[in-house]
Design a protein around this ligand. Structure first.
Ligand code: NAD
Length: 251
């Protein structure tokens, strides 16, 4: 299905997308660029392929390598963006990792890694992204999860990190209203490298298919929502988890 046409509304706006080398982040970066948004693509691995696709489709983009759990990297990311394009309009923060292991086999370093990337990373990127939108404000879109609402056996560090992301989102929505609207997208199972990674068991994949719409989502299902959240059509939405999940969770 074709994406919604927002006309010229987004042309020339400026975005940072993290996790842009693959999956949901790559889809968000391409979708924003297709609407005319200048899109900085950040990831810990090279986002060159995403940037090449955007440029091949006549979009504007730059690749930036950045570990979102490193304050130094995140400050350098936004310094580079400021230098190249000035003020920022949109932040779509997708970078994240998953971890599946029974609690009694989970080591402290596993917990620290997930929390550093998913929660500390969101704190750092969100803080610097909001600073880069100051004073006019903009739109912040965090990628949480349907596990930002639920408990799930064998995923407790990941679940805790995504509950934390929801807390940051709600707090920032209050702190930066009305200039900046802050929302999260809470995907259900989406067909990306994260779900096919060897950390995920076949049993878990089967369980994830047991949802009303009976399929994994596509990264573009999330990207369409991200683009919507940058437009004037979403002007009265802030502090919300937008559930794009095939019915996996009905909070
Ligand atoms: P993915 O593995 O395809 O993409 C994640 C990206 O994050 C990768 O490009 C990876 O290199 C990048 N990344 C990892 N650690 C990083 C770091 N320290 N610094 C910068 N970048 C880093 O997975 P995805 O499914 O596209 O995941 C994107 C987001 O969506 C994640 O936050 C994930 O938790 C969330 N999510 C995914 C699903 C799903 O079913 N796929 C469901 C709910 C939420």
């Amino acid at each position: 299905m074709a994406a919604v046409n927002y006309g010229a509304e987004l042309i020339g706006r400026r975005a940072v997308v993290t996790g842009a080398a693959s999956g949901i982040g790559a889809a968000c970066a391409k979708a924003l660029a297709a609407h005319g948004v200048w899109t900085a693509c950040a990831d810990i691995v090279s986002p060159d392929q995403t940037v090449a696709k955007i440029e091949a489709d006549a979009g504007r983009s730059i690749p930036i390598t950045c570990d979102v759990s490193s304050e130094e990297d995140v400050l350098a990311l936004f310094a580079r963006v400021r230098q190249r394009i000035g003020r920022l309009d949109f932040l779509v923060h997708c970078a994240g990792v998953i971890h599946e292991k029974p609690l009694l086999e989970t080591e402290t370093k596993d917990f620290d890694r997930v929390m550093n990337i998913n929660l500390r990373g969101t704190f750092l990127v969100g803080r610097e992204g909001i600073r880069a939108m100051h004073p006019a404000g903009g739109r912040v879109i965090l990628i949480a999860s349907d596990l930002g609402y639920l408990g799930r056996e064998t995923f407790s560090p990941y679940v805790a990190s995504k509950h934390g992301v929801m807390g940051l989102m709600r707090s920032w929505a209050k702190e930066f209203a009305p200039q900046t609207l802050v929302n999260a997208i809470c995907p259900g199972p989406i067909d990306t490298a994260m779900l096919s990674s060897d950390q995920m068991t076949e049993e878990w994949r089967q369980k994830e298919m047991d949802i009303p719409l009976a399929r994994f989502g596509a990264p573009e299902d999330i990207a369409d929502m991200a683009v919507f959240l940058t437009t004037d059509s979403s002007r009265f939405i802030t502090g919300q988890g937008m559930n794009v999940n095939g019915g996996s969770v009905m909070p």
